[in-house]
Design a protein around this ligand. Structure first.
Ligand code: ARG
Length: 470
């Protein structure tokens, strides 16, 4: 019979166990469940709600249960439904009647909410660490190839030349905001539900502040109904993970595109690509593709939990048990993807010649030409028009912009000077974008330096600089 069998005359129907059990997946919460119980029992004794001797037995028993769980010897029982009742039942088996005092002033409703917050706090830290490792891999790839130039794209069309390092550092910024979001969310996770009881608090003089301190929570949740009913911190955490997944997916997409034969901008190490079972010549960027593909699971977990919560009346409803599997899966997925992508990036090698060749189309410097006119005092719209005329004239004549002589250029751009003919050099083009946030080598180097300080490493890491330097 379950621990709550008092008012029942029949055992639960066999079939409902499969639907109602959560022990098959909530067992991963055991360290937090035990941590919470230790703090709770300690407080109960301090408040003279239970005898000190019983609290001592409870603490020793819980430590014994933890040992069994750590070693894998613990026998989980499905009929005990969840991790809370599995642990409590084993505790009572071990220490006898004192075990029956542990659940004083507590409900599984505030217990599970507490376990989840302790777990999320830990996961928040671990995901941030994994993101930092990926940032380091990005930084290393950028710093080792500081002078490599490739075309930057808009609409997946060649737009303007940029440094490869600048492109990579864009992801660095995105991932940094992900860490900021997780750090911010951590404060809201880090609040104590225990003491809320089933929903309304307790008639016993529980010291919630003490429990919060014991468990390292920043504060106590101020409304007992809120404490057991909401899962908004899980939703917030999943939202942050969904954004991480989206960023990883875009990085993966860039890498898959760069790796295609049409681009051939990067090589990926053999250990991080896969072959085809049919076509012997194939080398596929499966890691990048799976990174992109796994994003759906993480979004799914977020939408799933939002949907589970939307119609629930206050306070606890058993629907809330459905908050776990998607959350756990999203966390496992993100951690796996982060570590795999970090390892893959360490094997990525840019093909500097190929990238420079693609960035050398003089048309990519058309904006630079228009801005040269702006420097002469020509209004930008007019400059844009003149350069447009020049691009059209070149196309009709079947030459590139760089093949035009000054006289031909002057037919479209009357104030063109010999200096204008030197604009069609991608190295010149990136160097000229020397403002904060621009792609000029000086700006990018300053950013690389800033990040290197954050990682506590020195620049430059590698002496083998690529040939295509600015
Ligand atoms: N396994 C349950 C959950 O995860 C614990 C809380 C159960 N509370 C209850 N009143 N049945 O939500």
């Amino acid at each position: 019979m379950p621990l709550w069998d008092g008012r029942f005359s029949q055992s639960p129907a066999e079939q409902i166990l499969k639907l109602s059990e959560s022990i098959s997946y909530d067992r991963r919460l055991y360290p937090y469940d035990i941590e919470g119980s230790l703090a709770h029992a300690k407080m109960l004794a301090r408040q003279a709600i239970i005898p000190k001797e019983d609290a001592r037995k409870i603490a020793a028993g819980l430590k014994q249960v933890k040992k069994e769980l750590d070693s894998g010897k613990f026998v989980f029982k499905t009929e005990l439904e969840d991790i809370h009742m599995n642990i409590e039942a084993r505790l009572t088996e071990l220490i006898g009647p004192a075990g029956a005092r542990l659940h004083t002033g507590r409900s599984r409703n505030d217990q599970i909410a507490t376990d989840e917050r302790l777990y999320l706090r830990q996961q928040d830290d671990e995901v941030c660490d994994a993101i930092r490792k990926l940032q380091y891999a990005l930084w290393k790839l950028a710093a080792d190839n500081e002078t490599v130039i490739l075309p930057g794209f808009t609409h997946l069309q060649h737009a303007q030349p940029v440094l490869f390092a600048h492109h990579l550092l864009a992801y660095m910024e995105m991932l940094n905001r992900d860490i900021e979001r997780l750090a911010d969310c951590r404060h809201r996770i880090n609040r104590l539900p225990l003491g809320a009881g089933a929903l309304a608090g307790s008639t016993l003089p529980l010291d919630r502040e003490f429990v919060a301190k014991e468990l390292g929570f920043e504060e106590v949740l101020k409304n007992s109904m809120d404490a057991v009913a909401d899962r908004d911190v899980s939703i917030e955490f999943l939202s942050a993970l969904a954004i991480v997944a989206m960023h990883l997916s875009r990085l993966a997409e860039d890498i898959a595109i760069w790796f295609s034969q049409e681009f051939a901008f990067v090589e990926i190490g053999d250990a991080f690509t896969t072959g085809s079972s049919l076509m012997p010549q194939k080398k596929n960027p499966d890691i990048a593709e799976l990174t992109r593909g796994k994003t759906g699971r993480v979004y799914g977990a977020l939408v799933g939990l939002l949907t589970t919560l939307k119609g629930l009346p206050l306070t606890y409803n058993r629907d809330l048990q459905e908050d776990k599997e998607g959350l756990f899966d999203a966390i496992d997925t993100i951690k796996l993807v982060l570590s795999t992508v970090s390892a893959m990036l360490a094997t990525v090698k840019p093909n500097a010649e190929r990238m420079l060749e693609a960035a050398s189309d003089p048309a990519l410097m058309a904006t630079d030409l228009a801005e040269a006119l702006v420097r002469q005092g020509v209004p930008f719209r007019e400059a844009h028009h003149q350069v447009g005329r020049f691009v059209g004239a070149c196309a009709r004549k079947g030459i590139t912009l760089a093949q035009a002589d000054l006289a031909f250029m002057k037919e479209s751009i009357p104030t063109a000077t010999p200096e204008f003919l030197k604009i069609f050099d991608p190295k010149h083009s990136v160097s000229a974008r020397d403002i904060i946030g621009g792609t000029a080598p000086a700006q990018v180097h300053a950013q690389l330096l800033k990040w290197s300080k954050q990682f506590g490493v020195t620049m430059p890491l590698s002496t083998k600089k690529s040939k295509n330097r600015t």
